[in-house]
Design a protein around this ligand. Structure first.
Ligand SMILES: [Fe+2]
Ligand SMILES: [Fe+2]
Length: 319
C-alpha cells in the first residue's frame, strides 16, 4: 500500500502538551519514513527536541490523518492562550498562520465540515486577539506571512484585524463582541468561494456579472446557514457588509440606524483594505492616506462618525 505523507512543523509537536492525536513519522531518506510516535501514546518533548537539535524542522503525519491536524493546532492555540504552554510569540504567529491557511483551504474546497472550520476560525481570532492585546504589530506580522496566492484569505484576515481595532476604539470591549466582529469579518466574503473566480479578475463587468458578485452576501449566509456555532451577529455582518449609510447599498438597501453597527465597522475595514491591497482587477494600490481620502469623499457610503474614528486610528492618533 502506498502511504502519502503530510509535513508538520517539528516545533508545533514539541510544544504540544498531552498525547498526540496522530502517528508521527520521521523522513529517513527520499520516500522512506519511520514512525517515531504512536498516536495517543505518551508524548516526550525531549525526543522531539533532540530531532530539532539535529536540524529536523519537519516531521510527517499520514495524509489519512491530516484532518486531525487542524484540531491539533486549535488545541495548541488554546493551550497557549490559557497560558499553560510556553510558546513564544513568533511560534504562535506561525501556528495561527498555518491554521488560518488550513481553514480557508477547507472552506474553498467546499467540503461539509464547516462546523469544525468555524471552531478553528474562532480559535484563530481568539488567539489573534490575545496576541494583539498589547501589540497590534503581531497581527500584521501574520498577515505578511500568509501565502501570497491566497488573496481571499489575506483580505479576510486583514479586514478582521482592522475591524477589531476599530471596534475597540468605538468602545466595544467585551470579548464576546470583539470575537463576533472578528469572526464576522473573517467570514464576510466567504460567499466569494461560490462565485466563478474569473469574475474577480475582470476590470469591467457586465450588469449580469455584477449581479452575480452582488449575490455574495446571500451565498455567504447560505454557507453558514446550518452551522450552530455561528451567532446572529456574525450572520448580520455577512449579509450587511455592503449596505451603505445612505441606504443605497446592497442587498437590502438598509440605511443608517437599520444597519447592525458591527456591519458598519466591517464595511469600513473592508473598503480600506481593498484600497490599500493589490487587486487582480487593478494595477495600482493606494496609500493609507489616499484610501482615507477616497472613503471620506464617497459621501453616504460609510458612517461618518465611525469614519472619523477610523481615520484617527490609521493616522496613529489612537490605537
Ligand atoms: Fe464583500
Ligand atoms: Fe471584502
Amino acid at each position: 500500500m502506498n502511504v502519502e505523507f503530510f509535513p508538520v512543523t517539528t516545533k508545533f509537536i514539541y510544544y504540544f502538551k498531552g498525547a498526540l492525536p496522530f502517528d508521527v513519522y520521521l523522513q529517513r531518506s527520499e520516500g522512506k519514513f519511520t514512525k517515531i510516535y504512536n498516536k495517543l501514546a505518551e508524548h516526550d518533548p525531549e525526543q522531539i527536541y533532540r530531532y530539532e537539535n539535529k536540524d529536523v524542522s519537519t516531521l510527517y503525519i499520514t495524509q489519512e490523518e491530516k484532518h486531525l491536524y487542524g484540531s491539533f493546532l486549535c488545541k495548541l492555540m488554546d493551550q497557549y492562550t490559557q497560558g499553560s504552554s510556553p510558546i513564544d510569540k513568533e511560534k504562535m504567529l506561525d501556528i495561527i498562520k498555518t491554521s488560518l491557511e488550513m481553514t480557508y483551504e477547507k472552506i474553498v474546497a467546499q467540503n461539509d465540515e464547516l462546523d469544525t472550520n468555524i471552531i478553528w476560525a474562532s480559535q484563530q481570532i481568539k488567539s489573534a486577539l490575545y496576541l494583539m492585546q498589547d501589540d497590534m504589530s503581531a497581527a500584521i506580522e501574520i498577515f505578511k506571512n500568509l501565502s501570497a496566492d491566497e488573496q481571499l484569505l489575506k483580505h479576510s484576515y486583514m479586514v478582521s484585524i482592522f475591524s477589531v481595532v476599530l471596534a475597540k476604539n468605538l468602545g466595544f470591549s467585551t470579548e464576546r463582541n470583539l470575537m463576533s466582529i472578528g469572526l464576522g469579518a473573517l467570514l464576510h466574503d466567504v460567499g466569494h468561494t461560490r462565485i466563478n473566480e474569473e469574475l474577480f479578475k475582470k476590470p469591467q463587468l457586465s450588469s449580469k456579472e455584477w449581479d452575480e458578485i452582488k449575490d455574495h452576501p446571500h451565498l455567504g449566509l447560505k454557507i453558514v446557514d446550518h452551522i450552530k456555532g455561528i451567532s446572529t451577529d456574525v450572520r448580520s455582518i455577512i449579509i450587511q457588509h455592503h449596505e451603505h449609510y445612505n441606504g443605497r447599498g446592497y442587498p437590502n438597501r438598509l440605511s443608517n440606524n437599520l444597519i447592525f453597527p458591527p456591519a458598519k465597522i466591517v464595511a469600513i475595514a473592508d473598503g480600506f483594505c481593498s484600497f490599500v491591497s493589490k487587486a487582480s482587477y487593478r494595477e495600482t494600490t493606494f496609500t493609507p492616506e489616499q484610501a482615507l481620502t477616497m472613503m471620506k469623499d464617497d459621501i453616504g457610503h460609510y458612517d461618518p462618525a465611525y469614519m472619523e474614528v477610523f481615520k484617527q486610528v490609521i493616522q496613529g492618533k489612537k490605537k
